[in-house]
Design a binder for this molecule. Structure first.
Ligand SMILES: Nc1nc2c(c(=O)[nH]1)N[C@H]1C(S)=C(S)[C@@H](COP(=O)(O)OP(=O)(O)OC[C@H]3O[C@@H](n4cnc5c(N)ncnc54)[C@H](O)[C@@H]3O)O[C@H]1N2
Ligand code: MOO
Length: 408
């Protein structure tokens, strides 16, 4: 039996970040940036108004108030999108819209609400110190600024920044394409009412969804029967679209554990026991002409999910170019006691919460059997109980891996 850390290291050593590719901005969402992005331009590119109003010289409106408005001739009208440079002389004003270029000579903008809205002449009823409601060129980004660093995850706001600094395409790590294969002759597709002895392929749905959350582009192949030829043919067919393969089922000691039987024969996949509970039977290696990495996860649903969390998710994140590979963890006080198997790292499904005094507390999310999906679905954390600990007591401080869906 090998330790969790050793197996994790084996898995991480077996995958590499995918080569950078050049993508259009909206195709790059959820990808990790593979270049430092330096802006070639100032943003904003020109001084412009932050308000709909009147461009003025500060001195011309210094004495303006609601009791004593200042009257100025309106010598121009500048809508957003105006591309002709204009000049404002002392003693005049121009009507200007939000985002429109400030005429040279102008120093400030009086909002339209502080005027009578005039179009030939206007009464301005407030002073405007120099710079008021003006967005200065380069005040957001200066030409030559590094605006985003390699390793940044691209979401809506990062993509907006890239567009604003003139980029239509960007270099990112490709998202790993993950093929999910469920093995087992007892399995039926979701939506099919299982007959006696049949089980719905919930793992295929779970692992595919987990792969999306981890930042991959998954393909759920569906159910593959426990038949060596069928499994090998399906796997071979799927390799063309896989950067990584994840199988579930067929890796313990059963007479029909096809995954193990077939892949053992190839000699490129390690099978063994990892000192954790759940998720003891594991396999990792490569398959096919391109040495595509493959994880063979156990079939028990909870074991399958915990194995994904511990080994597959960090591997996907490494392939996707992430710097941080692991879940955030936090300490919490156990609200109840439970036992843990000796010599194994236990990953207990649990609900993390906050007590009235503001401290973090955790309790099990139900029965801990490897088949108990209800408790898994309620879990917001996995409590990590070290190998040497055989009992957690109420009041113990325990480390929790936070299963935060939005945490990329
Ligand atoms: N004699 C032994 N038996 C078992 C051992 C062992 O060491 N010696 N290990 C146990 C442990 S621990 C685990 S975990 C499981 C792993 O089994 P397999 O990976 O071979 O998985 P299966 O036998 O195919 O299925 C186990 C269980 O999970 C259900 N299952 C399988 N696939 C799915 C799916 N896609 N969706 C939902 N549920 C699925 C399946 O029906 C079985 O109930 O082995 C123990 N046995
Ligand atoms: O390791 Mo199995 O995963 O206990 O159920």
């Amino acid at each position: 039996m090998i330790g969790v850390e050793d197996h994790l290291q084996r898995c991480l050593d077996g995958v590499q970040p995918l080569d950078p590719i050049d993508l259009a901005l909206l195709e790059a969402q959820d990808c990790v940036l593979a270049e430092d992005v330096v802006s070639p331009m100032d943003v904003p590119g020109f001084d412009n108004s932050a308000m709909d109003g009147y461009a003025v010289l500060a001195a011309d409106v210094a004495a303006a108030s609601s009791e004593h408005p200042v009257e100025l001739p309106v010598v121009g009208d500048i809508p957003a999108g105006s591309t002709t440079a204009q000049h404002l002389a002392a003693g005049q004003t121009m009507r200007i819209m939000t985002g429109a270029p400030l005429p040279s000579g102008a120093q400030a903008v009086v909002p339209v609400e502080l005027s009578d809205g005039g179009v030939r002449t206007v009464l301005l009823s407030a002073a405007a110190p120099s710079g008021q409601h003006v967005r200065v060129a380069g005040s957001d980004v200066r030409a030559g600024d590094r605006v985003l660093s390699a390793g940044t995850l691209l979401g809506p706001t990062q993509l907006a920044l890239l567009a604003a600094v003139g980029r239509a395409r960007v270099k990112v790590h490709a998202q790993p394409r993950v093929v999910v294969l469920s093995t087992g002759s007892e399995l039926v597709d979701p939506g099919v009412t299982p007959g006696f002895g049949q089980v719905v392929d919930s793992n295929g749905i779970m692992l595919t969804a987990a792969a999306i959350d981890a930042g991959a582009r998954p393909y759920r192949v569906g159910v593959v029967r426990d038949e060596a030829g069928t499994f090998l043919q399906t796997l071979t067919d799927q390799l063309v679209r896989a950067d990584l393969v994840v199988t579930t089922g067929g890796v313990s000691a059963g007479a029909y554990d096809t995954v193990k039987e077939v892949l053992r024969g190839l000699g490129t996949v390690w099978f063994g026991k990892v000192a954790m509970q759940p998720g003891m039977p594991q396999g990792f290696g490569t398959v096919g002409p391109d040495a595509t990495p493959i994880f063979t996860l156990p079939g028990n649903p909870v074991s399958s999910y915990v194995s994904f969390e511990m080994f597959v998710r960090p591997a996907i994140r490494k392939m996707a170019g992430h710097r941080g590979l692991f879940r955030r963890s936090e300490m919490a006080t156990a609200l109840e006691g439970w036992s843990s198997p000796p010599g194994k790292l236990q990953l207990a499904r649990a609900e993390l919460g906050t007590a009235e005094d503001g401290s973090r507390v955790v309790r099990l999310s139900g029965a801990q059997g490897s088949h108990v999906l209800g408790g898994l679905a309620r879990a917001s954390a996995l409590v990590v109980v070290p190998e040497a600990v055989t009992r957690v007591e109420a009041g113990d401080e325990v480390r929790c891996l936070v299963l935060d869906r939005r945490a990329r």
